[in-house]
Design a binder for this molecule. Sequence first.
Ligand SMILES: [Mg+2]
Length: 354
Amino acid sequence: MKKILFIDRDGTLIAEPPDQQIDRLDKFVLEPDCIPALLRLRDAGFVFVMVSNQDGLGTASFPEVDFHPPQNLLLDILRSQGITFEAIRICPHKPADLCDCRKPKTGLLLDYVKDTTWLRDQAAVIGDRETDVKLAENLGIRAFRYDRKSLGWTEIARQLVDAPRRASIERKTKETAITVAVDLDATGPIKLATGLGFFDHMLEQIARNAGISLVIECKGDLHIDEHHTIEDTGLALGTALRQALGDKRGVGRYGFVMAMDEALANVALDLSGRAWLVFDAKFPRDRVGEMPTEMVSHFFKSVSDNLAATLNMSVTGDNTHHMVEALFKGFGRALRPAVARSSGGDIPSSKGVL
Ligand SMILES: [Mg+2]
């Protein structure tokens, strides 16, 4: 799925002269840092569309022959640095023409408006005027009001590329009502309230060891038993983690750990896009606190199913509390490098998709 940036030209890529018309090469000045920022955005998977109002283009006040040299110079410079535009859309009218294509109207972008395959929540308009912000509103996407001093290209790229990976989900059935909020790029808050003390303690181990923020509230049918609460929390947690990971660009993908006490746990994790659980444990007791030990594998199966991850877990030991805790800690530890982003930004798969 495509991530598109609709980018204004004058005042955003090229400095806008006092007469607001870039019709000679000596008026051509690039805005600071636009090239490294565009390269960073390109490497993060964005494609670019130029959207520009050029008042009276093709009329006596702004002949096309004057427009092309600066425009071609801009495109040549950017192309030489590996930056290209998927499309270039220019409105040649003046406000008095009352056309449908002048920003903030979306007439120049009707094909994009109809196309449902690009990611609205990852797209943005970048431009220096209120009309650019309004265009974003009309497209239903976010806007960055470019300003050399207060919101420059470096900061815009940082906000777009380093976007915090968050997800909030609600899951409601006749058996449970659950909200889960995760932030893979923050270490807090961590708040767990499932009504099961030991289970909350275990979920906290996941969050702390993974180095992520995790807030879970579950109101489950505990008057029946713990089963639905634990299972559905696992399903909701898996879904939230998967949503927060997005296209998994830049993540480590794999995680592996051996957590030791007298108990020895092995947890191997692959954010493969395929659900699989291998679970090997023989617990000496059938409960820890309110948690039946048979629900441990069921919980991780639920997480694995909805996270679409391969989980290979085993534990040996004498103390059931330690064994269960080692598995939850191990899962958190394995999650930490798997979701951590490196600087490269590639999708870590030879298939190009995870
Ligand atoms: Mg502008």
